[in-house]
Design a protein around this ligand. Structure first.
Ligand code: PLP
Length: 403
């Protein structure tokens, strides 16, 4: 007889990505030549975790009491201010109306958004290709996932499909929580153009009066895109301030290469002070009811990296070198994948690319068995984590994908 409550008795055993990674690691340890393109952490060309040295130093310099003490429930005030400054860099209208709450990574921010902006049974709206844990977070909180086709026939972001998804949600559940992961979307690697962002802003403005609409931008990879200014899309979103809810899932995992530190924040922009206070309270309540408070030492470290000019400069320079390493892999992939006839969205940077493929499960199995190349099968696609593939192995990955 199971002691688990009936609705929890049939949870899947393991995250499929971690299970594939475990198999790749086991086969490599047994002496096989393996290319492991499953895990979303940036590895150097020797297969070691790439860690920004200035963040390691800042971590080791966190004083004893800063590590050992509890953090305030909603996070250290200096951390909250530093994250807001990092999100908006001088865009005063956003910064003035922002409230930030520390969360356990960007995942924690997504969790707080799902719980506080949707009623049980409601669905988030997101792109047809999306990061799998969106589904887990929704399942866990008794919410659902609805999607709209991400790309139109020309491979551009499908604004018409998004608009009909929004209209549908307003009609069916009376509210919308739209989650867009940009730039360098996981799993596609796609970064929206400024015109596509303008299109999103215009259609959200058109529907704003019909019911509560909230846009959450999942910015997990925002420092790895190819745009000169990673915050440029904020300019087209500014007219939405006060008309719709604007949320940002901020994460230190990729930006500071400290995935296990679990430092993140949910940032909300709301010009009305009493509504902003209600948001702050709701997020703090969720923190208390989920993990109580987050890693204080991690917040202290990230605060220094964001706000001490010398440290911030050193960290930016190291990140730029890491990004260039990744860009080399992106260029190597495009140089071979396009002539090989692989079909995939425009890819100009980021940890992942997704190649469209039917029978993805059996193709991924074939790639593992015949080529020793591990990728993640998804519905209608294969996700390739170039963040963990040295440039010299990219031709082998493309060959396996094209087989
Ligand atoms: C699309 C996306 N969003 C959010 C996250 C959250 O990461 P973390 O919880 O480590 O900040 C990830 C991590 O892989 C991601 O790929």
């Amino acid at each position: 007889m199971s002691q688990l409550s009936p609705d929890r008795q049939h949870r899947p055993a393991d995250d499929p990505i971690f299970a594939l990674n475990a198999e790749a690691t086991r086969r490599r340890a047994a002496g096989e030549s393996i290319v492991n393109a499953t895990l979303g952490t940036l590895m150097d060309d020797d297969g070691r975790l790439l860690v920004l040295e200035s963040s390691v130093r800042a971590l080791h310099e966190v004083p004893r009491d800063e590590w050992a003490a509890y953090a305030p429930i909603a996070g250290l005030p200096a951390f909250q201010r530093a994250v807001i400054e990092d999100c908006f860099k001088g865009r005063e209208a956003f910064a003035r109306s922002a409230t930030a709450t520390a969360t356990a990574g960007g995942t924690g921010a997504l969790r707080h958004a799902v719980v506080n902006f949707l009623a049980p049974g409601d669905a988030i709206l997101t792109t047809s290709f999306f990061w799998g844990p969106y589904q887990t977070i929704c399942d866990e909180q008794e919410r659902r996932v609805d999607t709209f086709p991400m790309f139109d026939a020309h491979g551009a972001f499908d604004l018409a499909a998004l608009e009909s998804g929004i209209a549908n949600h307003l009609e069916l559940q009376g509210r919308v929580l739209l989650i867009l992961n940009d730039p360098c979307q996981n799993p596609c690697g796609y970064s929206m153009t400024r015109d596509e962002w303008r299109g999103v802003a215009e259609l959200l403005a058109r529907h704003a009066a019909r019911g509560p609409i909230t846009l959450l931008i999942d910015m997990a990879y925002y420092l790895y895109g190819s745009a000169a200014d990673p915050r440029a899309h904020l300019d087209v979103l500014e007219p939405l301030l006060g008309k719709i809810g604007l949320l940002f899932a901020w994460s230190a995992s990729k930006s500071f290469t400290h995935y296990g530190l679990r430092v993140g924040a949910i940032v909300a922009c709301e010009p009305d002070e009493s509504q902003r206070r209600a948001l702050t309270n709701a997020f703090a309540f969720s923190c208390r009811g989920t993990w109580s408070n987050c890693n204080r030492g991690g917040q202290a470290m990230v605060t220094r990296l964001l706000s001490e000019p010398g440290l911030a400069r050193a960290c930016d320079a190291e990140r730029a070198a890491a990004k260039e390493l990744l860009m080399g892999r992106v260029r190597a992939f495009n140089a071979r994948a396009i002539p090989a006839g692989l079909r995939y969205p425009r890819y100009e940077g980021g940890f992942f690319v997704t190649v469209f493929a039917d029978e993805a499960e059996s193709r991924a199995r074939h790639m593992r068995e015949a080529f020793g190349v591990f990728v993640v099968p998804q519905k209608g696609a294969l996700r390739v984590a170039l963040c963990s593939v040295p440039e010299r192995d990219v031709p082998r990955v493309v060959e396996a994908l094209a087989d």
